[in-house]
Design a protein around this ligand. Structure first.
Ligand code: NDP
Length: 297
């Protein structure tokens, strides 16, 4: 068997186009653009790339982008003051503080300061709680993007066995909650899981969010399973001095067995920013008191 390739790049482009149309309609109705603020502390190169790309995508979707770049020596109190100012700014619908923060800052404290109604990353404990009890709120972008790809591919997920490898607050745990809310039978695996290959072999859906290059092997995959590879790992490339990106799944091996699989790059990665824009648009409607049909995006 050769797996179908789940084209996250194409799906994300369609989603972004749709968000763009709705953002224009929002501007007409609300008399202002939807606004997304991104806060970056320090000069971590990967974070700088993400922030630049988020700002560009926000403008492309017809929304207002507010970038706050603070020096690495910024105090936690000063960062919290910036967040409070954005909480109070009616032009700002969504606030994203790029992680990781410098080590002298308490990430949980910073996240807790973001208004839950502007927490488009879905990391605030209020939004994590809303997800856990099935109330509407903001869901972290990467797992929500994974669920969109899965539903697009499989339709109903009800009754399927899903294994999520990884239990982080930003990917693994919310992913498991979302799969549970789709009535999957969910197993969460992590570094202490015994016989991981056997656990994965039972899965109709495998979501790998580990951060270990090509850890999940082809012979762990149940024939016909759907494999979502969240991992982004930089490894040495074929040419000396060059690197390449690989996922947490041995793509070549898994593609021989799976029914469908996301590639790296071009699978889950592009979905994250598209879903961020979607969450910002939802926030804008809520903040402006405007209706957005539940199935609109
Ligand atoms: P974390 O490092 O926060 O979590 C990794 C998880 O993997 C932990 O729960 C850990 O278990 C588990 N783990 C580590 N080693 C093993 C092992 N040998 N066997 C089983 N489980 C293991 O990572 P994130 O959740 O933040 O990210 C995961 C991956 O997804 C990374 O590659 C990251 O780059 C990528 N990512 C991609 C995004 C995208 O846009 N595509 C967005 C976010 C992340 P334990 O809890 O026991 O330590």
């Amino acid at each position: 068997m050769t797996a179908a390739v789940i084209d996250g790049k194409a799906f994300a482009a369609t989603l972004r186009g749709h968000v763009g149309e709705l953002a224009r309609a929002f501007e007409t109705k609300a008399g202002r653009k939807a606004g997304l603020a991104v806060v970056l502390v320090g000069e971590d190169p990967a974070s700088q790339v993400y922030v630049r790309s988020k700002g560009k995508s926000t403008l492309e979707a017809g929304m207002a982008s507010f970038e706050h770049k603070l020096p690495v020596e910024t105090s936690e109190a000063d960062l919290l003051a910036v967040v409070e100012q954005l909480n109070a700014d009616p032009a700002v619908d969504g606030i994203l503080v790029q992680l990781p923060l410098p080590s002298h800052m308490d990430e949980q404290k910073v996240i807790a300061t973001i208004s839950p109604d502007k927490d488009v990353d879905g990391f605030h404990v209020i939004n994590a709680g809303r997800l856990a009890v099935g109330l509407p709120g903001f869901v972290p972008c990467t797992p929500l993007g994974c669920i969109m790809l899965l539903k697009d591919r499989l339709g109903s997920l009800s009754g399927l066995n899903a294994v999520v490898i990884g239990r982080s607050n930003i990917v693994g745990k919310p992913m498991a909650q979302l799969l549970l809310s789709e009535s999957c039978t969910v197993t969460i695996a992590h570094s202490r899981t015994k016989d991981l290959p056997d656990v994965v072999r039972r899965a109709d859906i495998v979501v790998a969010a580990v951060g270990r290059a090509e850890m999940v092997k082809g012979d762990w995959i149940k024939p016909g399973a759907t494999v979502i590879d969240v991992g982004i790992n930089r490894v040495p490339g074929a040419e000396p001095g060059k690197t390449k990106l690989v996922g947490d799944v041995d793509y070549a091996g898994a593609a021989q067995v799976a029914g469908a699989i996301t590639p790296v790059p071009g699978g889950v990665g592009p979905m994250t920013i598209a879903v961020l824009l979607r969450n910002a648009l939802v926030a804008a409607h809520r903040n402006a008191g405007l209706e957005l049909a539940a199935d609109a995006i």
